[in-house]
Design a protein around this ligand. Structure first.
Ligand SMILES: [Zn+2]
Ligand SMILES: [Zn+2]
Length: 278
């Protein structure tokens, strides 16, 4: 059976620590046939790609992501595991709309199989991860977040939109806040139609199932809405930053996709979707 994890981070991500080989071994042990490594390539205003800001450091320390090292090593690993595990070469491209030239240069410099387009921060602000949700108008922030997704879908070069509903993860972890998504339904419908029109998809990110929020990103209601808008392209990703999470909740994810009306899960090779029956 085709089992694939399409959202994983290695030691090349600022918030990851796993060697690629350890990730591949864990993927095989978890019964996966395919693994996409999608390290962070966040894009910032005024910085070339690979020059990134780590907000975990005081003042947001600037650092360089070793893209050349990562993709060299990934190509080697791909050959080493050929026949045992299909390794797809990917990236999680963060908010490319803030610096389209930098994003474009990155995409043309590395021949990737797969790109997740994500929004982690808005208007050069901190990652949503650092927000104090008790000190803001959460509904307005969320509305703005969905606008940023729509902008991403309009201009970004990527294959699937990453962890839709992202701020919910931290709103729950920090403040035990949940948000009714109903008021945002029209905006999500607009986003999904745009993605479908452009031949792009979304991911079903299961990280919320091994984190406190206990919900997928997006939840079932939005999976159904995406499907109703003609959405077919959908990958499953654990967003693992530790090898232990690779391949987790595959069964639950596939069941959710079936429940939402999907018959296929998607993989990618050289940026082209491949459909596998659930
Ligand atoms: Zn992300
Ligand atoms: Zn991620």
């Amino acid at each position: 059976m085709y089992l694939a994890d399409y959202h994983t981070h290695s030691r090349y991500s600022f918030d990851g620590s796993e060697p690629l080989q350890v990730m591949c071994e864990k993927a095989i042990a978890a019964g996966l046939t395919e693994l996409a490594v999608t390290d962070h390539m966040d894009i910032f205003t005024g910085l070339p790609y690979g020059e990134m800001i780590n907000f975990d450091e005081p003042g947001g320390k600037r650092f360089s992501m070793d893209a050349a090292g990562l993709y060299r090593e990934l190509n080697e690993i791909k050959d080493i595991y050929a026949g045992r595990l299909t390794v797809r070469i990917g990236a999680e491209l963060g908010q490319p709309q803030v610096n389209p030239e930098a994003a474009k240069a990155f995409v043309s410099d590395y021949p990737l199989d797969f790109i997740i387009g994500s929004v982690h921060n808005m208007e050069g602000d901190l990652d949503v991860y650092y927000y104090d949700f008790t000190q803001m108008d959460v509904a307005a922030m969320y509305d703005h977040y969905v606008d940023w997704l729509i902008e991403l879908a309009g201009v970004g070069d990527f294959d699937v939109c990453g962890h839709l509903t992202y701020p919910l993860r931290y709103m729950f972890e920090r403040c035990r806040m949940r948000l009714d998504l109903k008021p945002y339904e029209e905006k999500f419908r607009h986003l999904f139609r745009l993605l479908v029109e452009k031949g792009r998809g979304i991911e079903l990110n299961v990280s919320g199932l091994y984190r406190p929020m206990q919900e997928t990103m997006p939840p079932l209601s939005l999976l159904k809405l995406y499907r109703a808008c003609g959405g077919e392209i959908i990958t499953i990703g654990s967003d693992a930053h530790k090898a232990d999470h690779i391949g987790s909740f595959q069964k639950e994810a596939r069941a959710l996709l079936s429940e939402a009306g999907f018959s296929y899960v998607t993989g990618f090779k050289a940026r082209q979707p491949e459909f596998h029956r659930l």
